[in-house]
Structure formats: C-alpha cells, structure tokens
Design a protein around this ligand. Structure first.
Ligand SMILES: Cc1ncc(COP(=O)(O)O)c(C=O)c1O
Length: 506
C-alpha cells in the first residue's frame, strides 16, 4: 500500500497513516470488508514502528471506519453500519472541540511503555528514580509534624510564588550550586515541568523558534509544541551541545530561547563541558538571548569534578534556571522551582497564578520541614552510592552482552545513558521483539525535535538492582543479535491493538 509519509512534518506518523486511510475509505477506494494489511507488514513497508501502525488502526476503529477482529485482522466497515455507529455518538468531540496541540512525543513513549506490562519484564524505559529508595518514612513524619504544628493553615489557599520558608531553604541548595539568590527570587512550581511551561508561555509566542539539544527531554518538546513554538535541535556529543553549531543558527534564525540540560542530560547522560558553557553564555550575552537551564539531575553526580551551573556562571542576567525535587527526592510531591532574572520574575508569578493558583501548601510545608530537619544530606549520600553502583553494573553489562558495533555514553551522574546499536538495527522495530524477550527501553527517535536517529535508545540504570540490570541487558543483547540475524519473533498484534493512554512515562 503506497502512503507518502512526510517525516519532517509536525503531524505524527500515525496520524498521517490514519488520515491517508480515512481518505481512501471515505472516497470509496477501500471497499467495505476490505482487509487492511497486517500491522507488521505495513510497518515494514513504510519503515515505521509497528506501534505507529497499531495506533493508526486504533484511531480508525475509534472513528467507526474499521473493525478489528481478533485472529482475523482489521476490516473496513460497511458505510451503512458506520452511519449507525456515528449516530450512536452524540457529539463529535474530536473534530469540533479539541484544539490540535501538536503534542505527541511523551504520548508515543507512554503508549510504547504500555506494551511492556508483562510480569517479570525488566523495563529500562522510564526516566524515574528507584521506587524503593524514596524516603517514605522521613517524609511521612515531616507531614505529620506539619499538620500538628500548622493545622488547617497547612491546608488553606497559599501564595502563588510559594511558601516562604521553602523558598529560603531552596536558596541554601542553590548556593551549594554556586547560584546566589534571595527567597524572593525563587518561584515554586509544580515540578520543573511547570517551570518549563511557564517559561515557554512567558517568553515565547506562536511561531517563535527555540533551540534545544538534539536529542532532548521529550516533555520539553511537548511543552514547546503545545505553545506552537518551533524547536530546532543542535547535535550533542560527549561534551554536550555542540555550541559551535549554534552561532550560525543564531545569526540566521534569531531564536527566542536556548533550552539546555547541561548536567547529566536526558536522554544521553552527557554533561556540557566547562569550555562550552563559557561559549554558550558568551553567545547569549552577545546576542541578548535567554537560556532556559534545566538542572533536574544536577544533584546526582557520582564522579568527576562538579561544573558550575550556567545560572551560577551568568550571575542572573541571561539564565532562567529550573529544577525540582523529583529526580533526587520524591517525584510524587510535584515540587520544583524556577529562578529568573529579576526583570522577568513578576510575569512568571502572574502566569503561575493563572495556571494553578499555587503548588500544594501541605507538600511545600512538608518539604520545608524535611529539609530543615537535615534529612537531605544522608539521603543524597545513599542514592549517589547506589546509583553509581547501578551505573557501573550497566556499563559492565553492556560490554558483556551487546554485540560489536554498539556504543554508549558513560555518564558521570544522572539516571540514564544512551545506547547506539549497529546502524542496521531499527530501535523501534527492535522494541517489540525486546518485549517478547522480557526487556523494555525508551526508543531514541521520540527524543528528537527533527531528523530522528533510528538506532539509538535510552536506558535508565537507576531503577533496578545490578543483578536485574545484568539480566535485562542479557535479554536485550539476545534481541539485538536476533535482529542482526534477521530473525523476527512472532507476537500477538491483536492483543496490543488497543493501547490505553498513560502519561506517567517521562
Ligand atoms: C530533563 C527533565 N526536565 C524536566 C523534567 C520534569 O520533571 P518534574 O516535573 O518531575 O520535575 C524531567 C522529567 O523526566 C526531565 O527529565
């Protein structure tokens, strides 16, 4: 079946496939009861992942254009029956109400990770810290102390900028990273995700250009896309963003923001070198550009000398700094913060207020109490030690189990690394057979603003024990070798045709 896919389009591939098939069905070019090609066959023909075709078929089915029959395949529905089905639907929300968002990256990854729900499967796909190391007891005690001390005050409406004692505690953490700020400079956000969104809403307008690393954090891609901002990626190497490529881009395209994750970058794990940090700041100063620095993994250094953050080097003129307590403490409390040059702060606070009024006052107070009690130092020491051991286990396992021609980054901190397989391997195609072998990962192509690499993937090394890491990599190595030999493992397409949305994957 010939379908011309535009890989540089902002319309996701699965929607392009759906649109094409829908048009053919509606124009009568695909007759009732015609069987659509099997998902695997069409995916191979179009050089896309099978999940992409499965999603396209699921969309068509939701619109009443086709029907999937377990074990038989997917068939075009007779228009008379379709009419009945459409009339059963009282209101067509999809086309009349929903504003197109352009957001698809994290949804795609979430859909893929939903396929990995088998017992005993080892998933390296999430961007989360290890669940068993979350400090539940200490945080519960902090909540109880706050409720005893503050009573209903802890559950009342609160200030948009955040709970003052927490903002003060954060200034001490910032100082350890070389950033001098007053409590009034800190805006509490609901995770750093909200910090990114507020920055996009305040500093950009539709049609603007933002520069990011390529690949980059897919939640940031979603934020920019939902604000109708174009993202242009700058390649990354072992020293982080290739800043020399930026100069040319800045002169030609005049971007609004440069979004960067300089420490233990998600998804690659690399750190921006000190030399490139100076070059980047120099560019921002010369062209009067704003840098949006994302420091979410910066506390998680396991080796090497610390490099000062861009915010610390800049002194508060050209850098908006976002961070959170998600990666090194508790993602579920949804507390992040943003530090911005003074002239810009008021607009950010107003935008925060319009977004969600304020971040949970109970969680802010409990976190302030936890920090005041002095728990953080010991917790950081424990997790750095455990994560370093797990990173080492992953590096050893990769060397042991992956075939020649594979290479990977060696992060000095953070939660994940970036594996590049021999060029003949498509990571998207590998994904389903890897699941059949009991291992999952994050397919690398979802992290690119454009021109996705096809043979790379992100592996989280923090969430599993060294023994599980080794076993997971043994399974992954087996799946890769099979694909190199052209062996495909059969899997059940029909059982996977309906993929529920889940936004937990980050
Ligand atoms: C680089 C990066 N920035 C921001 C976030 C958002 O995290 P949170 O909102 O939990 O702080 C994530 C989450 O994975 C991330 O990896």
């Amino acid at each position: 079946m010939k379908i011309d896919l535009r890989r540089d389009s902002t319309v996701p591939l699965y929607l392009q496939i759906r649109n094409h098939l829908q048009e053919r069905i509606e124009r009568g070019l695909l007759l009732p009861d015609t069987k659509l090609p099997p998902t695997r066959a069409l995916a191979d023909e179009l050089s896309v992942s099978r999940v992409t075709v499965v999603n396209a078929y699921a969309e068509l089915e939701a619109e009443g254009l086709v029907q999937a029959h377990v074990g038989r395949g997917t068939f075009v529905i007779d228009p008379r029956r379709r009419h009945l089905r459409v009339r059963e639907t009282p209101y067509d929300w999809q086309t009349t109400l929903l504003r197109p968002t352009g957001v698809w990256a994290s949804g795609m990854l979430a859909d893929m990770l939903q396929l990995a729900q088998q017992p005993d499967l080892i998933s390296f796909g999430m961007g989360a810290p290890a669940t068993e190391l979350l400090p539940v007891r200490e945080f519960r005690e902090a909540i109880n102390r706050v409720l005893r001390r503050d009573g209903p005050e802890a559950l009342q409406y609160d200030e948009a900028a955040g709970y003052e004692p927490l903002r003060r505690a954060i200034t001490h953490l910032l100082l350890q990273n070389g950033i001098q700020a007053r409590a009034g400079d800190v805006l509490i956000t609901s995770g750093s995700q909200q910090g990114l969104d507020l920055a996009a809403r305040v500093f950009t307008k539709p049609g603007d250009l933002v520069i990011s690393e390529s690949p980059t954090y897919l939640g940031a891609l979603d934020v920019f896309q939902s604000n109708d901002v174009t993202v242009r990626g700058v390649p990354v190497d072992a020293e982080g963003m290739q800043v020399e490529v930026l100069q040319d881009l800045i002169s030609r395209r005049r971007p609004k923001l440069i979004y960067t994750i300089p420490a233990f970058h998600n998804p690659t794990g690399v750190t921006l070198s000190s030399g490139r940090r100076h070059q980047l700041l120099d560019l921002a100063q010369r062209h009067d550009l704003l840098i949006l620095e994302d420091g979410v993994c910066s506390e998680l250094r396991y080796e090497g000398r610390p490099v000062p953050s861009l915010g610390a080097m800049d002194g508060g003129e050209h850098v908006v700094y976002v961070n959170s307590f998600s990666k090194f403490l508790l993602p579920g409390i949804r507390i992040g913060y943003l530090v911005a040059p003074r002239r810009l702060r008021e607009r950010l606070v107003t935008m925060k207020q319009s977004a969600d009024l304020f971040t949970s006052s109970l969680m802010q107070r409990a976190l302030a109490e936890y920090l005041e009690f002095g728990h953080l130092g010991a917790h950081l020491e424990t997790i750095r030690c455990v994560y370093q051991e797990r990173r080492d286990a992953m590096l050893a396992g990769l060397a042991r189990h992956l075939p020649r021609g594979s290479h990977w980054t060696i992060p000095q901190g953070g939660l994940c690394l970036w594996l590049t397989l021999p060029a003949s391997i498509s990571a998207a195609r590998l994904y389903l057979s890897a699941i059949d072998h009991g291992v999952a990962f994050a397919v690398g192509s979802v992290f690119y603003p454009q021109d996705p690499g096809r043979s790379s993937l992100r592996l989280n090394f923090a969430a599993h024990s060294p023994a599980q890491i080794d076993e997971g990599l043994r399974r992954l190595g087996k799946a890769v070798r099979e694909q190199l030999r052209g062996v495909s493992v059969a899997s059940n397409a029909e059982a996977r045709a309906k993929i529920p949305q889940d936004t937990r994957a980050r």
